[in-house]
Design a protein around this ligand. Structure first.
Ligand code: C2E
Ligand code: MG
Ligand code: MG
Ligand code: MG
Length: 279
């Protein structure tokens, strides 16, 4: 198709495409300034032991309260940050901030930080993690990095090597949103994950009685066990779902049923209270 013909064919869609591109451009420009303007913060969602309900840790979740756009969902701006090559500096900030905060919590409470594939393709990532730990004083074993299967899609870029070096620091790894990407069992045996996070689409599917979702959760729990890994069920919203994933043998639970993501002060208070109750 020639350039001339193309111009005519796509003419009808142009205004809409143009508006979308323009929205992205404006959002990207605002995101570029979000860090220095202090518009980013972290919410912390509790992760609890499935059997006892006791607090195990928190997942740090990035929030953007834009002066221009209000609260923008990470499902929207994280991909934009990745494409615009902003996830490097933003991701560094997330790591430092989460480690600084977790260092104030009682000694057994962990923090999990989401890491984008782009961050792992930068060899300096290991240094960033090491200095976030050193500067905060957080012991490495209390930091967990969450990566998704997409990390392994471009193996030429050496994400596995970077993960190996991060593991050498003593940090834990978990595999996020398991089953929703290009799942391959190969990297489960190559990379030492501590935890597989079962995506909420399976939890909610199983709760609706979808037999394939039930089968997948059973298989993932069994696989994780035999590989010496634990499982976290994501997106547990009801008591029935909580009971169900407990019966399936999931080790940990995360979801609105136990708690929504909390502001930093609420998370800190919960961490302290949990410690008192355990004592
Ligand atoms: P994720 O890592 O899988 O995080 C879990 C998401 O599920 C969070 O959405 C959380 O608020 C939501 N969630 C938790 N419990 C429930 C529940 O019971 N029901 C439902 N419907 N949802 C629940 P959130 O905060 O909007 O984050 C979306 C995604 O954005 C994250 O998915 C993660 O992929 C990405 N993200 C968030 N923060 C960061 C970050 O600091 N760095 C990077 N690279 N990605 C991040
Ligand atoms: Mg996550
Ligand atoms: Mg997840
Ligand atoms: Mg998810």
């Amino acid at each position: 198709q020639s350039k001339d013909a193309g111009g005519g064919v796509f003419h009808a869609y142009e205004p809409r495409l143009h508006a979308q591109a323009e929205e992205r451009r404006v959002l990207e420009q605002a995101l570029r300034k979000a860090l220095e303007k202090g518009e980013l913060h972290l919410a912390y969602q509790p992760v609890v032991d499935a059997a006892s309900g006791s607090l195990k840790g928190f997942e740090a979740l990035l929030r953007w309260n834009s002066a221009e756009f209000g609260n923008v969902s990470p499902a929207k701006f994280v991909p934009l940050a990745e494409e615009a090559r902003l996830i490097g500096p933003i991701g560094d900030w997330v790591l430092r901030t989460a480690c600084d905060e977790a260092a104030r919590w009682p000694g057994h409470i962990r923090v999990a930080v989401n890491v984008s594939p782009e961050q792992l393709h930068n060899p300096h990532f290991v240094t960033t993690v090491a200095s976030a730990l050193a500067n905060s004083g957080l012991p490495a074993e209390r930091l967990e990095l969450e990566v998704t299967e997409s990390v392994f899609m471009h193996e030429g870029l050496g994400a596995t090597k970077v993960l190996e070096r991060v593991l050498e620091l003593g940090v834990r790894l978990s595999l996020d949103d398991f089953g929703t990407g290009y799942s391959s069992l190969g990297y489960l045996s190559r990379t030492k994950f501590s935890t597989i996070k079962i995506d909420r689409s399976f939890v909610q599917g199983a709760a609706k009685g979808i037999s394939e979702a039930v089968a997948i959760i059973h298989a993932v729990v069994a696989l994780a066990r035999s590989l010496g890994m634990t499982t976290t069920a994501e997106g547990v919203e009801t008591e029935a779902e909580q009971r169900m994933v407990q019966e399936f043998g999931c080790s940990k639970i995360q979801g609105f049923f136990f708690s929504r993501p909390l502001v930093v002060e609420e998370a800190r208070a919960l961490a302290m209270r949990g410690a008192r109750e355990a004592a």
